[in-house]
Design a protein around this ligand. Structure first.
Ligand SMILES: Nc1nc2c(c(=O)[nH]1)N[C@H]1C(S)=C(S)[C@@H](COP(=O)(O)OP(=O)(O)OC[C@H]3O[C@@H](n4cnc5c(N)ncnc54)[C@H](O)[C@@H]3O)O[C@H]1N2
Ligand code: MOO
Length: 421
């Protein structure tokens, strides 16, 4: 194929054989199945792990009604509707050392935040609004019966499902489990992913760079994206364009891992070699997706191991990973339901080139302007190989299939990176 034909192929507007982004997402999720094996881990290692069973509360939180303030616990009926009332302080309730008696009419108990409410009392007046006079305290009008009390079980009731199976655990979830007195939790085992890049021209950082070669940046962006998902990564390095080597790696990787992720080597030059090898060892499909970057991807399986072949261009790798491979790996790890990516509107401050016929993912910085409006601007050049504009970005600007160029001032969809787990 000469260069003129290549340019035409890359710039095609509508490609009837291309999958839409939504179809590709659905197909890739349908092609994978969740892990079955689970294990017990301590809470300290549970962040980012996926629950293999519902967690049902056995402990009420709080376990008893307690005070939300430092002050005085009393009967709501002793609050003065106007003027003041003088109450006798009959004891103290501290967190961990409750008052054992009963608060009677005309009485109160000195109480501290988190301390159990004494029997008889149903209201707390904060100390800033009470005047202590020796063993007595003077309360004014304007307080409400029942105020400043946290009820038993108001956070968690016994029997309630506090965390559902399929949940990827956040720091708050660890706190919820600790609040149940659980030191351990039942989670799916970590997913094992084999990672390799392809190309004779790739060199490891630290090695000398000969003419025509480049450093293997894709392996590191992929490693980072996989590590963020808590995946156990087995690296197989940069594989030269050699069918025999590729076959050996694919067979070894499929024996060791639940999924294989690779980049590069499927465009015209090496296409036949990689395609031939993949088809020999597994069941593989090559998809063209109506999007840019990240158009060509390869999906399939080798034995029971899922295979995801991403394009070689450094930004295409990241876009295709986030849009397709990341949800598939999360599904494989047992996570369900998958939260949809966060998308909101912002006013675009840049002029953006865009052709109808494909979804385009531009790289941008989204922020609030001086007037509190959400605005977004592109981060420099937008070619599939310009990794620095990805590194500077904090969001994708997602331009829909049928849209054309964007003029400054238009509303666009923004997908922030912080929603990508
Ligand atoms: N005739 C056609 N040519 C191309 C098409 C097409 O449809 N017809 N699609 C273009 C698109 S879109 C992409 S994306 C690339 C996909 O190419 P490959 O997946 O085969 O990747 P390579 O050719 O090996 O590399 C592309 C590009 O990326 C650089 N690269 C590759 N691996 C790495 C790495 N590990 N670290 C850093 N950079 C890497 C490589 O040097 C190339 O510049 O094909 C288009 N062509
Ligand atoms: O659109 Mo490609 O997948 O050049 O990046």
């Amino acid at each position: 194929m000469n260069s003129a034909t290549r340019a035409m192929t890359c710039e095609d507007d509508y490609d009837p054989s291309a999958l839409t982004v939504e179809m590709a997402r659905t197909r890739i999720l349908d092609a994978v199945s969740p892990l079955a094996e689970a294990e017990t881990v301590g809470l300290r290692s549970a962040l980012g792990r996926v629950l293999a069973a519902d967690v049902r509360a056995t402990v009420a939180v709080p376990s008893a009604p307690n005070s939300a303030m430092d002050g005085y616990a009393l009967r709501g009926s002793d609050l003065p509707p106007s003027g003041t009332n003088r109450l006798k302080v009959v004891g103290v309730s501290r967190a961990g050392a409750p008052y054992r008696g009963v608060v009677g009419k005309g009485q109160c108990v000195r109480i501290f935040t988190g301390a159990v409410m004494p029997a008889g009392a149903d209201t707390v007046v904060m100390q800033e609004r009470a005047e202590a006079e020796g063993d007595w305290v003077v309360i004014g009008a304007g307080e409400k019966s029942g105020q400043n009390v946290r009820e038993r079980g108001e956070d968690v009731a016994v029997g309630q499902v506090v965390l559902a199976r399929g949940r990827r655990m956040t720091p708050a979830d660890l706190g919820v489990l600790a609040g149940q007195g659980q030191a351990q939790v039942w989670v799916y085992r970590r997913l094992k992913v084999a990672l390799f890049t392809t190309g004779d021209e790739l060199r490891e950082p630290g090695e000398a760079l000969e003419e025509g070669c480049l450093y293997d940046s894709n392996r590191y962006t992929l490693l980072g994206m996989l590590q963020r998902l808590g995946i156990e990564v087995r690296e197989f390095g940069a594989i030269p364009d050699d069918g025999q080597r590729l076959e050996t790696v694919l067979i070894r990787a499929s024996a060791e891992a639940d999924a294989i992720v690779s980049t590069g080597g499927v465009s015209v030059g090496e296409f036949d070699l990689v395609r031939e090898t993949l088809e020999r060892v597994g069941r593989i499909q090559f998809w063209k997706i109506a999007m840019k970057p990240g158009r060509p991807i390869t999906v399939g399986s080798i034995g029971r191991t899922a295979f995801f072949g991403l394009p070689g261009n450094p930004v295409a790798v990241m876009v295709a990973f986030y849009q397709f491979v990341q949800p598939a790996l999360r599904r494989m790890t047992g996570e369900w339901p998958l939260s949809a990516p966060v998308v909101f509107k912002a006013v675009c401050r840049s002029k953006l080139r865009k052709r109808p016929g494909r979804v385009e993912f531009k790289r941008g910085i989204v922020e609030l302007d001086g007037e509190g409006r959400m605005v977004v601007r592109k981060t420099g050049q937008q070619g599939s190989g310009i990794l620095t504009s990805m590194s500077q970005a904090n969001c994708f600007i997602v331009l829909p299939m049928d849209s054309g160029p964007v003029e400054p001032g238009s509303l666009v969809d923004v997908q922030p990176f912080f929603g990508l787990v």
